[in-house]
Design a protein around this ligand. Structure first.
Ligand code: F3S
Length: 755
């Protein structure tokens, strides 16, 4: 039990900590006096302070110490830039960066990759050099999709990892808790701060029976999404149990966990089992598999009689394939009903494109089963009726299916093999077969199908299904086709039924690693220079924010009094702005441009209180900042709800804000503001919001006495009329007050390290 086992084959500095995790679990079990679910064991095994931590599912905030961090290239940029500004010599926990989101699908893998490497050179150069400098493993463009690489190399049972991407939960297929987070959380872990998570509730899904025929693991999550809806998993971990969990492959479990993101779940997990052992062995991690067996009963499974907050039961034997969509992943239609439902809803019946692969469904098994269907159709002389694309999840998968023949089968059938990257799944798709505005249907084995996600066309009806069903649809070219009951006409004019798919879960001859696309950090990193061009418009080094000057803030203008819903999208819009996510100055030009000004009910139009001139919000903020004037924002309820985008907190800080005062905050945004050294404050009496007029001036006083639980005084100076006081509340704890004083959480870390 005391063995020292490496987390993976690529790092000689990261180890599996089962012994310590188990000690923590035992402490917590004793304190709570009840059996624990598997997800709870992983979480509580990673508590920062298991003796003291409040633990109530759905209520407490847990402080956790994850085993590692994974970042994709779009979100890694600002995370690493922030980390760099703390001045630490290397990341505190193992971190990897994966180049997968910026590669556009145009004509096919090789050419598309080459073009992306040219186009994104400065981003890749920065990520590669910063990774080398700070001891981060770097996966070059072409290596594959983050979640597939994590599953193949880094995931291990009982681990807790965070990743800056929503489908990080994919690694639950190897029995770990893998949670998607924003960049700010990644920075915490990289710089050795405990990471905070609201103790999730646990939704148990009991699987009974065994799948057969055309049904595959994807159908479990498609069916579940139909039951729970897209919100049903919010604040919950989905934990699978029951004898059904031992009836399919680890990669199949990965698919199910991956798409748990579509029901809003914090993450999803399967208990350690034989399929995981097989997968670990197939990926040359026998030592981890053996170590897992030693801890299987104590740590890597649920306690007997543990209690779930709710339980859903699914019988796999009677489960049929599902097709979910269009426009939302929880609109679940069993394949037997699709004919009537599609016609009734007037969905376009012709399937224009079938897309298989992506991080959700590109395992060896998925590829083999899809290839078996195509072989069958090809033997009857058929080719794809729809455009058919294949996205291998990793270079290892691509090389293995090239060696074993599935790739050739796809190509001969008319399939286009795209780069090992996200491609059409994230809208990186130069689609040519239709015009924008054309109503049409596509079917993919991906996970998300929100309006416009794949091709930017709001009239594209995108459905998600298993790769097997997508392949069958691409052969028939019709959304109504049910391969279980319907026949196709072969070249010889005879009707035939497709055989049910079959294929190995793991390659008999082992995986072929393909081209080596990994860059390990060098041992001596002292001479590595991080590459950021000073003229770049996509990347900009961050300077630390200045520390609080110890004085009260007086006579501050209100930049904007925001009316109604103000989400992180209103605060820092996405879309075209994502290009600038590594350049704080440029992306700050979107600050609050979507918020509604209470004064004139317009977006991005505020009055400079000194000049009377109306300008955009970011321009006005800059004018104030450049004159050394601090400002505040007044906000409505649940300010900053939505994604955990850290730019929504970085931008106001960069533009000179001092405090954001609202009726209430979304908690993650509130914490992000604190991390950047801002003061998020709440009206004690929400009705005071109405007393504030956009041209009032604001003092925030007695800040020297800022203390947990102690209210803060704001003095409001109306343009005409006497000043009045407003009482504000806050949620700062002692540690967070130090962040404010130091100018940011990272400044505080830096101070502590220097001392
Ligand atoms: Fe990429 Fe789509 Fe997965 S964007 S990470 S392939 S969900």
């Amino acid at each position: 039990k005391d063995s020292k086992v490496n987390q993976n084959l690529l790092e000689d500095f990261s180890f599996i900590n089962y012994k310590n995790n188990l000690e923590n679990v035992n402490i917590v079990r004793k304190r709570l006096g009840r059996p624990l679910t598997y997800a709870e064991k992983i979480l509580y095994g990673h508590l920062d302070k298991p003796h003291e931590q409040d633990i109530e599912r759905g209520v407490s905030y847990l402080k956790l110490r994850p085993d590692r961090v994974a970042c994709q290239d779009a979100t890694a940029q600002m995370a690493i830039l922030q980390f760099m500004s703390a001045g630490l010599p290397q990341v505190a926990k193992p971190v990897t960066v994966h180049c997968d989101h910026l590669i556009q699908a145009q004509v096919g893998g090789e050419k598309d990759l080459k073009r992306a490497v040219d186009l994104n050179k400065e981003v890749y150069d920065f990520l590669a050099s910063a990774s080398a400098k700070y001891n981060i493993g770097f996966w070059k463009p072409g290596s594959g999709i983050i979640h597939q690489i994590v599953l193949e190399n880094y995931a291990f049972p009982g681990a807790l990892i965070i990743g800056t991407d929503s489908h990080t939960p994919n690694a639950g297929g190897l029995g770990q808790l893998a949670i998607g987070v924003g960049g700010a959380d990644a920075v915490d872990v990289m710089s050795d701060l405990p990471w905070e998570l609201k103790a999730p509730k646990i939704l148990g899904v009991k699987l009974t029976g065994r799948m057969n025929g055309w049904t595959s693991p994807k159908d479990i999550i498609l069916k579940l999404a139909g039951i729970t809806t897209v919100k049903g998993g919010t604040g919950k971990i989905v934990e699978y149990f029951g004898e059904g969990v031992d009836t399919f492959s680890a990669t199949g479990m990965g698919t199910i966990c991956n798409m748990g993101a579509e029901i809003g779940a914090t993450t999803s997990v399967f208990p350690f089992n034989k399929s995981m052992v097989d997968y670990l062995n197939a990926t040359k991690r026998n030592k981890i598999a053996d170590f897992g067996k030693v801890y299987q009963d104590d740590l890597l499974s649920a306690d007997k009689n543990c209690e779930y907050d709710e339980v859903i039961e699914l019988d796999l034997a009677t489960l049929e394939p599902y097709i979910n969509g269009p426009f939302t992943p929880d609109l679940a239609t069993p394949i037997s009903k699709m004919k009537e439902v599609a016609v009734k809803n007037n969905w376009p019946l012709e399937v224009k494109v079938g897309l298989i692969g992506s991080c959700t469904n590109s395992s060896y098994e998925d590829m083999s089963r899809s290839a078996s269907i195509i072989k069958d159709a090809s033997e009857h002389g058929l080719k794809a009726k729809s455009i058919f694309t294949v996205t291998p999840g990793s270079e290892q998968i691509r090389a293995t299916i090239e060696r074993d023949g599935q790739l050739k089968t796809f190509q001969e059938f008319g399939g286009i093999v795209l780069a090992n990257a996200c491609g059409p799944c994230i809208g990186q798709w130069d689609r040519q077969d239709i015009k924008k505005g054309d109503k049409n249907t596509i079917v993919s084995s991906y996970n998300r199908n929100f309006t416009s996600r794949n091709d930017g066309n709001p009239d594209t009806h995108a459905f998600v299904a298993s790769p097997e069903v997508v392949t069958a649809m691409a052969i028939a070219g019709d959304l109504r086709f049910n391969p279980i009951t319907d026949t196709l006409k072969g070249k010889d004019g005879k009707e035939f039924k497709l055989k049910a798919p079959f294929g190995n879960g793991l390659p008999e001859r082992g995986y072929d690693p393909g081209e080596n696309t990994y860059q390990a950090p060098p041992k001596d990193r002292s001479s590595v220079e991080v590459m950021v061009s000073p003229t770049s418009d996509r990347l900009q080094l961050l300077s630390p924010f200045e520390a609080w000057n110890g004085k009260d803030a007086k006579d501050m203008p209100i930049l904007i009094k925001a009316l109604g819903k103000t989400t992180t999208d209103h605060i820092s819009m996405a879309g075209p702005w994502l290009k600038y996510r590594g350049h704080l100055e440029n992306i700050s030009n979107n600050y609050m441009i979507g918020a509604i000004n209470a004064e004139n009910k317009k977006a991005n139009s505020v009055r400079n209180v000194y000049t009377g001139e109306y300008k955009g919000v970011p321009d006005t903020a800059r004018d104030y900042r450049d004159q050394g004037i601090k400002w505040v924002v007044i906000g409505d309820e649940n300010f900053g709800e939505g994604s955990s985008r850290e730019h929504a907190a970085l931008e106001p800080r960069f533009l000179g804000a001092f405090a954001i005062i609202t009726k209430s905050f979304a908690r993650i945004h509130e914490t992000n503001l604190k991390k950047q050294g801002l003061l998020p404050l709440n009206f004690k009496n929400p009705a005071d919001y109405d007393k504030i007029s956009p041209d009032d001036r604001i003092d925030i006083v007695d800040l020297k006495d800022l203390a947990p639980g102690k209210n803060v005084k704001m003095v409001v100076h109306p343009k005409d009329g006497p000043a009045f006081d407003v009482e504000l509340t806050h949620t700062f704890n002692d540690e967070q007050i130090e962040w404010f004083k130091a100018g940011s959480a990272l400044n505080k870390i830096k101070q502590d390290k220097v001392q």
